[in-house]
Write a protein that binds this ligand. Structure first.
Ligand code: COA
Length: 166
């Protein structure tokens, strides 16, 4: 059974090793152990029979927005629902904080679409672009795709077509 739980400091080495594995293959950004320590409260770890199989993190960027980051599943446990379970936990976490939108920047938009996200314009997330992306070495040549999932029903704000007499 897949379990997804908040990460502990003892998980940092496994998280960093897994992120490095995929980052070396160009699938995600590298994270240093120091970065993971500092962000450990964002991270969730997935286990199967007590064994570490994957990780992901939910990073809050504002009062209505959070980002799924560092999502990675061990190469020998792919396509067994682990990635979906981690994203579902991040979504529940986001809802518990009252967040309205969760987004990701990814090379795997198809995976996120399966989890209820839609492809978006990255400029919908200016706090990410001007707060973080601008410092990234790939800023002017970014190939990641922005995806977003709305967590609240948006009300129809169109003006009703009714005649108002006086
Ligand atoms: C992307 C990744 C996290 C998916 O994890 P996973 O555990 O293999 O995926 P799951 O088994 O939970 O798949 C859930 C669904 O998404 C689909 N899916 C998985 N990877 C996909 C992809 N690359 N493109 C499109 N759909 C994908 C599955 O077919 C499955 O569909 P279903 O619900 O119809 O059965 C995993 O492949 C991974 O770690 N990749 C390397 C690191 C990476 O790219 N991370 C994302 C960076 S944001």
């Amino acid at each position: 059974m897949i379990r997804v739980e908040p990460a502990r400091l003892r998980d940092v080495e496994a998280i960093q090793s897994l992120v490095t594995y995929w980052a070396d293959r160009g699938d995600m950004l590298h994270r240093t152990p120091q970065e993971i320590f500092e962000l450990i409260r964002d991270f969730k770890v997935a286990t199967v029979d007590g064994e570490f199989v994957g990780c992901g993190s939910l990073h809050i960027l504002g009062d209505d927005l959070a980002e799924v980051r560092s999502l990675a599943v061990r190469h020998d446990v792919q396509a067994k629902g682990v990635g979906a379970a981690i994203v579902a936990t991040c979504i529940e976490d986001a809802k518990s904080f009252g967040l309205e939108r969760v987004f990701a920047l990814t090379y795997k938009p198809g995976f996120f679409e399966k989890q209820g996200f839609r492809v978006a314009n990255v400029m919908e997330f200016p706090q990410k672009v001007w707060g973080e992306c601008v410092r990234c070495p790939f800023f002017t040549n970014c190939k990641e795709v922005a995806v977003v999932r709305d967590l609240v029903e948006r009300e129809d704000v169109s003006v009703p077509l009714v005649a108002v007499g006086c």
